[in-house]
Design a protein around this ligand. Structure first.
Ligand code: FAD
Ligand code: FES
Ligand code: FES
Length: 1338
């Protein structure tokens, strides 16, 4: 340890204010410092690993040499405060606020409806703001790049981009279908309703009145920091924390001395590799050396032979440097640079590229490194320096494997990387395939270089390296040697593939899994290289090598990142509607501006209370075991630890027998909550849980998969069944029968705000105040009551706003609330429990994985006569909502189809996984894929197009659903026809076919699906709602109701209702929070029905009030609202009323299989087109058109946002979101690195949404419809389009037409389904002989 114990002062600026930290702790990140020390809670914490962008802030620094001021976005969760010496930090609070002045970025993101829950919004604002600081008029491509590292789970990104595009110089139009026309123009000519109906609008917001961007108004770089940059401190600065010392030398010499003194100490540059390892993998370094002030590490120099880049340069700088070099050099010299640039484009998000350094990247030697394989084949050299002097070593496979003879000595550091120019007759390429195209770690990547003997196609030198196929980047040295002297032709290709598969061998149980896919990529990449090189040889006018067939050329093109375009159409309000009446207008989300300024207060933003303690959970490491003992004595010894809460501390009921709140003597899954540590700080609590020792005795059987559950008869509920007609008889009469299977993986809610609760005990009366992020505060209240054994009336739950729920915050917050409440009662202190992303994903469960089997009987013309479907869902270890999900699945399974003879059966399996729960769509997103896959299979067998079979079997006239509820499908048919029309489906189907004929390695697919979605719960009591409306003497109105604001805009819609009813502007009305004290016994905000039923209750209360005011208004019709209220008060008229809505009639008799379970239906249709790369499994979403029946939308901006957001969430479910479990039941995918929700670059290139007006629905509030969930299921159109493309490839390759339907359609699934000569040549494993890395649970 260093001998000096006095810390230096850490000086930096935050939002123009000087911060002097005398006891800077190197373990404290900027995010923690902002939120806890400075109370700047606008910057959000959503993953802590740099993967989501919620914590984005701008850092500005003055370059001591050039004196230039650089502004760059970074993720504050990865930045140690000690690294900020001399920097200026700007957070969302520093950009603007409602109280002072909004910044145009904040205004535009809110007014373009770019916020829903608002948890991602400050990060989005900061990414955009930083872009504008550097480029006041950016291009749309720059905007996409700037937002690539920011995740949003609600909006689907389109409105965020729309807000950002208002700053962009050029709008490139959508260039629809390559016609050069904008889709807007084209629509004018088409025959859709939009062309005919002038009441249709395409404008959800107007730019009029937007404040202009004025760069002169921005915060200036602090002069004090300019002065510091002019006279840089050469002294070594040291910061001692509780456990770690940070040393930042001012000169290279000092750095080298220190490295010699502390050879084990790592150098911290961007901390993007060290930081996550310290946080998640328990890596610990007592001394950290920061070379940030050493200018020698940032030097860039060029010679006629190559380029040297300082190890301290950020990857963003490297990108810039390379781009410059590429523009200056002739193509032949810039091959390596061009290739590096290609991978830098997709490497992480902008914030990470701004932080991560070249040196850190090279030295981390991650097996997935995107740059090291290219640097290795490009013959890069590492320039090392130490006290002893300098030396060079090659950046080759030996260095990358960490062989001591090829590695740095402990006292050496990397000063710079030398990358030579390429030469004529030398070609360099790189490839990568990840779960999605951008901002995702590669499954496999590769760098390849070949040098030919001049003027020939004879290989003089060949170099190939792969990432992702071993513990480090691996080189195919032997293969390359053997291919020297060979001509570049088909024989060489065959030989190369054989040699590569032999040399780059990957065991069947290799970490990371996807083994056969990776093996296939090894050869597929080489094939791409082979073709690329042939093309390049041709460009050099070399005529000796084989021609690349036109059919094969598309193998060479990567999918470009395009700026999404699209149109949103909806019905305008009638011209006669009073201006004051906001119903039906695209009003901005009530909290939009607060989201954009960071002023919106989420549960975790409540300032720390006096005597507050933090809680952390101890969870099971075993999937099913007896708890032999819990020893927390070591935890209690740690500083700050106050207590440990176990089941024994529960004064009341410990949950239900089959789902205990805290485990008693048995654990049922990895992640099962056993006990909780209470400590003074969250850091202390987290450290203490590591010291709690649990001894287990494993129990049998342990079940993870549906297959095993069926084998062991392990179910959470009895079988549910719906039946109509006579299925057996019908099977006897049909032309053909086919059977098939569908496997659908689960889905993580990935709400941006993880679960959190703050329980405040009130002294004396055993009362509790609970602030909780939940969709169901009454459930939290009830659960806490029974757990503590105190009456419900002593517990008040408050919900201000929730950072996304999607069904995941219905059941779980009650359990967490109860545990925290036990802690609060036991210790007498307020307790805060905040799950970090990993814990949240481990503990909470999500959408149910499904395994479905169908048997379908049909006639030659595609008419389905009999359908028998049996579904099993993986419910996890406790019942929770699984039985209800199974029921809803069956009720919704028929989708839009009238099939005379049907049998649907469903069961929820009990397994030893975290309990799965409600998730937007509640079984339907799984069900729709089962039935639509079945229809696709029928079409394939009949030789018909799937859309024809869909049309043939669709409901067409008034009819009854399988459970005998009558409905009129007229809007369904309209949506279908509109969708076919608006998407120009039939002509595009032909274009797709044309494309597919001309391209062998790329295929396009298109699919259109209809949807009938039932809204609401299956019981009347679940639709009841209440509200409380107060009018105050100044005329202002306070509305409280039972629905929770989750981002879906319920508060906005409710105020629109109140405004219409009371006939006053919305600005008079306020909605503060949802509280169990003001509106009791609320139902959960879910099932798409929240705004509707609570709107009815508010309407009732307002009408009661207005009735009371009527006599006064009649008497003084010319009076103002304020006058009437004043008079009412003087006349002692009560200005407060409760409103109530009894609920829609709904019931279901499962014995009879009959009922009227749903108040109403929503109809829709979606058409998606994709293109797949058969060699890598990648896909590009070309276009999606959605038509959704909205009746009379309460707020079209919110409803369009719900449809789009749900669709993108569904698209994630069906394409990229893959949960991976170990054979021991441990969830691997516990963060944004491993679990990929869609990013801005994943949304369809063209994305059009139309809300279709339809005949009034007298049942609901102002004839509106709840559009919260249904869009998820439409995401399956993307899956079906991918499957369509895959089927075309399989037909062409003459492989069996049917292939197993497995969702998500990951690159692995697509690649392996597109079987070809490369999939055939890879070695296959016998699954019986190996233990796989992961197991499928559906
Ligand atoms: C969210 C996220 C997404 C990512 N996505 C990708 C991706 O898509 N593709 C990809 O390839 N990578 C990706 N990465 C990894 C990223 O590229 C590396 O983490 C990064 O390049 C490391 O650089 P750093 O400056 O942050 O290193 P640090 O974390 O600061 O240091 C890493 C290691 O390098 C050593 N070191 C640093 N500089 C020197 C030096 N000059 N001399 C000797 N040793 C040194 C340190 O001692 C330390 O051990 C991602 C990372 C994150 C967090
Ligand atoms: S919280 Fe920092 S990137 Fe997610
Ligand atoms: S608005 Fe983006 S995560 Fe909710």
């Amino acid at each position: 340890m260093p001998d000096q114990w006095r810390s230096d002062e850490l000086v930096f600026f935050v939002n123009g204010r000087k911060v002097i930290e005398r006891d800077a702790d190197p373990e404290v990140t900027l995010l923690t410092f902002l939120r806890k020390n400075l109370g700047l809670t606008g910057t959000k914490d959503a993953c802590g690993r740099g993967g989501c962008g919620a914590c984005t802030v701008m850092v500005s620094r003055c370059d001591p040499v050039s004196k230039e001021i650089r502004h760059f976005s970074i993720t504050a969760c990865l930045v140690p405060i000690c690294s900020l010496y001399g920097a200026a930090v700007t957070t969302v609070e520093g950009v603007g606020s409602i109280k002072t002045k909004l910044h145009p970025v904040q205004e535009r993101i809110a007014k373009s409806h770019g916020t829903q829950c608002g948890f991602c919004t400050p990060g989005m604002v900061m990414s955009m703001y930083t872009l504008l600081r550097n480029h006041p008029q950016p291009s749309e491509e720059q905007l996409m790049e700037a937002l690539g590292g920011n995740l949003c789970r609600c909006t689907g990104y389109r409105p965020i981009l729309d807000g950002g595009k208002t700053f962009c110089t050029e709008s490139n139009g959508c260039q629809q279908n390559g016609t050069g026309k904008c889709c807007l123009d084209q629509r004018e000519e088409d025959s859709s309703s939009r062309g005919r109906n002038s009441e249709i609008s395409t404008e959800l917001f107007t730019k009029d009145g937007f404040q202009p961007l004025d760069p002169t108004q921005e915060l200036i770089f602090p002069p004090a920091l300019l002065r510091m940059a002019e006279n840089p401190e050469k002294r070594t600065l040291t910061f001692h924390g509780e456990r770690v010392t940070w040393i930042s030398p001012g000169t290279l010499k000092d750095l080298l001395e220190l490295k010699a003194k502390y050879p084990e100490a790592p150098l911290v540059l961007g901390n993007t590799s060290l930081g996550p390892a310290m946080r998640s993998q328990g890596h610990f370094h007592p001394v950290l050396l920061s070379p940030a002030r050493i200018s020698e590490l940032s030097i860039v120099s060029t010679t006629s032979e190559g380029l040297t880049i300082g190890a301290g340069c950020s990857l963003a700088q490297v990108k810039h440097i390379l781009a410059e070099r590429v523009s200056e050099l002739p193509e032949e010299k810039a091959e390596t640079y061009q290739t590096l640039l290609k991978h830098l484009q997709s490497l992480a998000g902008q914030q990470i590229r701004n932080l991560a350094s070249l040196g850190g990247h090279v030295m981390s030697r991650h097996c997935y490194s995107d740059l090291n394989p290219i640097l290795a084949v490009g013959n890069a050299t590492l320039n090392l320096i130490s006290k002893e002097g300098t030396r060079q070593i090659p950046l080759n496979e030996h260095f990358l494997a960490g062989l001591p003879r090829a590695d740095l000595k402990p006292e050496e550091i990397l000063q710079s990387v030398y990358i030579p120019h390429s030469r004529k007759w030398e070609f360099v390429s790189a490839f990568r395939q990840a779960q999605c195209q951008q901002n995702a770690l590669a499954d496999v990547n590769a760098g390849m270089r070949v040098l030919f003997k001049e003027g020939t196609d004879t290989v003089e030198d060949l170099s190939i390296t792969y990432g992702g196929v071993g513990a480090a980047t691996v080189g195919a040295h032997r293969t390359c040697q053997q291919l020297q002297g060979r001509c570049w032709n088909e024989q060489m290709l065959e030989e190369a593939c054989r040699l590569l598969l032999d040399e780059v061998s990957l065991p069947g149980s290799a970490p990371g899994g996807r083994v056969e896919f990776k093996r296939t990529l090894v050869v597929s990449f080489f094939f791409k290289f082979y073709l690329e090189v042939l093309q390049k040889l041709k460009k050099l006018d070399y005529l000796g090598s084989p021609e690349v067939s036109e059919l094969f050329l598309s193998a060479l093109e990567d999918f470009p990142v395009t700026v999404p375009q699209g149109v949103q159409t909806y019905q305008r309000v009638a011209p006669c509607q009073p201006l004051q009446d906001p119903v039906g207008r695209p009003i901005m989300h009530l909290s939009g501006l607060k989201h954009a300024t960071g002023e919106a207060m989420f549960c975790g933003d409540i300032p720390r209370l006096d005597r507050e303690l933090a809680m952390a959970l101890v969870t099971s490491a075993r999937a099913r075991a007896k708890i032999i003992s819990i020893d927390f004595s070591k935890a209690l010894e740690l500083p700050g630890v106050v207590d440990v809460i176990t089941a024994k501390d529960i004064p009341g009921t410990n949950g239900a027998e089959d789902s205990k709140i805290l485990a008693v003597d048995e654990v049922l899954c990895v992640g099962h909550i056993i006990c909780a540590v209470v400590a003074e700080t969250d850091v202390q609590a987290k450290r203490a849980i590591e010291k709690v020792k649990i001894t287990y005795e494993d129990l049998e059987p342990i079940i993870f998969t549906i297959e095993d559950a069926i084998k062991h008869n392990s179910f959470l509920c009895p079988e549910k069944k719906l039946e109509q007609g006579n299925i057996e008889e019908a099977f006897g009469k049909v032309d053909q029968i086919i059977e098939g299977e569908v496997h659908i993986g689960g889905q993580e809610h990935f709400y941006m705000e993880t679960q959190r609760v703050l329980v405040i005990p009130k002294r004396g009366d055993q009362e509790l105040d609970i602030h909780v992020s939940t969709q169901d505060p009454a459930h939290v209240q009830k659960t806490v009551s029974s757990t503590l054994n105190i009456p419900i009336n002593k517990i008040t739950c408050h919900v201000k706003q929730v950072g996304g729920g999607f069904g995941g915050k219905i059941g779980r917050p009650a359990i967490l609330g109860a545990i925290a409440a036990v802690g609060a009662i036991k210790t007498g202190h307020p307790i805060r429990l905040v799950l970090d992303r990993e814990e949240d994903m481990l503990i909470t469960g999500g959408r149910h994985p499904l395994f479905g089997k169908y048997k379908v009987g049909f006639m030659k013309d595609g008419r389905i006569e009999a359908l028998d479907i049996e579904c099993f869902i993986n419910g996890g270890c406790t019942p929770e909502d699984s039985e209800a999900v199974a029921e809803f699945l069956l009720l919704k399974l028929e989708n839009a189809y009238k099939i005379q003879n049907l049998r649907f059966r469903g069961r929820a399996c009990m397994t030893n996984l975290a309990s799965n729960t409600s998730f937007r769509g509640f079984g339907f997103p799984q069900g729709i894929l089962v039935i639509e896959s079945c229809i696709t299979a029928v079409a394939a067998k009949c030789g018909l197009l799937p859309e024809k079979v869909r049309e043939k079997n669709m409901y067409k006239t008034v009819d009854k659903a399988i459970y005998k509820q009558e409905f009129n499908p007229e809007p369904l048919i309209r949506c279908w026809n509109e969708c076919l029309d608006k998407s120009s489906f039939h002509s595009r189907r032909m274009q797709v076919e044309e494309f597919n004929k001309k391209n062998y390695w790329k295929k396009k697919g298109i699919a259109v699906i209809p949807m009938k979605f039932s809204v609401g719960f299956t019981a009347t009591s679940y639709h009841q709602a209440a509200a409380l409306v107060h009018i105050y003497t100044d005329g202002s109105v306070l509305v409280t109701q039972g629905g929770n604001e989750l981002g879906q805009g319920i508060h906005t819609k409710i105020l629109q209702v109140a405004s219409r009813e009371l006939k006053i502007p919305m600005s008079y009305i306020h909605i503060s929070e949802t509280s169990t004290a003001t509106v009791p016994n609320t139902i959960t905000t879910a099932a798409s029905i929240g705004s509707d039923v609570n709107g009815r209750a508010v309407q009732d209360a307002c009408q009661i009030l207005l009735k009371r005011l009527e006599p006064i208004i009649k008497e003084h019709p010319e009076g103002t609202w304020e006058d009437w209220i004043k008079t009412a008060f003087e006349q002692s008229i009560s200005l407060s009323a409760t409103g109530f809505f009894r609920g829609y009639k709904a019931f279901m008799d499962w014995e009879k299989g009959e009922g009227e379970p749903f108040p109403y239906y929503i109809y829709g249709a979606a058409c998606s087109e994709v293109e797949i790369d058969c060699l890598t499994g990648a896909h590009k979403k070309i276009r999606t058109d959605i038509v959704m029946e909205a009746c009379s939308s309460l707020n079209p901006a919110i409803d369009v946002g719900q449809v789009e957001g749900a669709f993108i969430q569904g698209m994630g479910l069906y394409t990229t979101e893959e949960l991976k479990y170990s054979p021991e039941g441990v969830l691997y995918s516990r963060g944004p690195d491993e679990y990929k929700i869609p990013t801005v670059t994943d949304i369809p290139g063209e994305f059009n949404v139309s809300l279709l007006p339809s005949s009034p629905n007298p049942l609901t509030i102002y004839s509106s419809k709840g559009l919260g969930e249904s869009g998820v299921a439409l995401g399956s159109s993307v899956f079906l389009a991918i499957a369509d493309a895959v089927a075309t490839a399989r037909r062409e390759r003459d492989v069996a037409e049917d292939f197993p339907v497995k969702s998500p359609a990951t690159p692995e699934w697509v690649r392996m389904a597109c079987a070809d000569r490369f999939t055939e040549m890879i070695p296959r494993d016998d699954p019986k002989t190996l233990k796989p890395w992961s197991i499928p649970v559906a």
